[in-house]
Design a binder for this molecule. Sequence first.
Ligand SMILES: [Zn+2]
Ligand SMILES: [Zn+2]
Length: 358
Amino acid sequence: MNLQEDPHRRYPPLAGEWVLVSPHRAKRPWQGRTEHSTAELGPSYDPSCYLCPGNCRAGGIKNPDYQETFVFLNDFSALLPDVAGGKIDEGGLFRAKSERGICKVVCFSPRHDLTIALMDVSAIRGVVDVWEKEYRLLGEESYINYVQIFKNRGLMMGCSNPHPHGQIWSTETVPELPSKEKEMQGDYLSKKGSCLLCDYLKEEESRGERVVISNDSFTALVPFWAVWPFEVLVLPRRHVSSIAELGDSEKNDLASLIKRLGTRFDNLFFTHFPYSMGLHQKPTEEKVVRIFSEAFGTTVEVELSSLEARDGETGSSSVLGEGNCRLLSSKRIQYRGIFSLREQRGGDGLRSQLLRFF
Ligand SMILES: [Zn+2]
Ligand SMILES: [Zn+2]
């Protein structure tokens, strides 16, 4: 079987469900929608933005004149702390359960016109510190058992405001995906006596072919079972179960790696790349943050789902971002929206294209 050419299935050991990989489909002509590059980020302060310092949000609440990061309860929270408990089950066909939770918004910077790729590593470190603090604080709530930290960027990914920000949804129930990942890692541990993610990372680092970038504490790689065209998995290089276990230099390394990844994705298409990013961590249900706890490894998944590269003609290069970015060739890449994600699963052609550009 030729993994670069032949349709096949791959097994994601974290999700436990086979995915279809169709590398040959990357070669088909595209006649669908093409998105145009927009490198505009607007002014550094937007009087109409509800996230900018000093501006009013829904209900007349005024943001403070914050200088670094700013966290507030989502004015339109998907989850609420005070919900009447209960469940419905009518013949197994109509089932529902109450769910409590807390939703927060994290402004990464007072500047309206920045992205992670454009922020200083020290400012991104400030965001990492907020993530850690909120993971601890929310996790300590008696009814909160999971803390989801994520960020969507770009209109294409459903993010309605370009101001750099992310969200934290904390819930009573451990959501399906991390719950499955915990189960799969637990199974692996009981069968093999070692950690699934640590074993996987060791194997990928020795093979080298899917590693994108790395530093002392973290490695970013395109997982063998990637579902999205530009999916990247960021793994800590030692066994860590949550952001609360990271040391000072590790948090700096995470901030630095996120910046380098963001810069490279922006440079790939010469645009502010739309993406969805989330931290998969240990559930907080035990209410104790244990160092080197057993099975649950931490991953940061960057699922860059909307775009697919396509060879373009030679054009002039432009550079977005600063600092760590390595200049790309002057090859211009067109990009296009992908809306039928199932058809786009995997594809080593795309993967190697991505790796080539880092
Ligand atoms: Zn703003
Ligand atoms: Zn591990």
